[in-house]
Unconditional design. Sequence first.
Length: 172
Amino acid sequence: MTIIPWPSGKSRRPVKLVVDPLPQAVLHSLVRDIPGPKNETEAGRAARFEAQLVEVLNYKPRNAGEAMLAVDCVMLRRFAKGTNRDAARPGRPPTTAAKVLRNEKQFAQLLGKLEKMLTRRQTGPQPEMDPAIYKSLGLGEFLVPDPADTDHDEAAVSAIIVPLHPAPKMLQ
């Protein structure tokens, strides 16, 4: 976690605030953007969201970048399962079924590579966030008070969520 003194002005005593590397709102937004079936009901959408959130959390993402990789893994697993189901559909010509099964193998290979990349990323230390980046973006308020700061018991004063990585086009 990165600790940044806030506010930077001299009007008040600076409070150390921690930038949360994976805000819950960001995680929920990423999972909510996973496409679902057509004509899905609200109850079905809520149940799918909960199940997919558990799948994403099983990858143990530490920050927004790892959460995006975990969401991609969940989506690729769904695509692979869907292509396998499509290949077994009755009345499908054998050439089309073979092509769909090749696509399923490609999704499975891509999923394996993505999971290895996520594992490699998680074995190293979590990168520290540079306060200069936030200052250059004009952001001065952060979300979580530093738990080690015993001098200050005031709650967090902001609801600004700092984007750590732009979402891929498929998630927007």
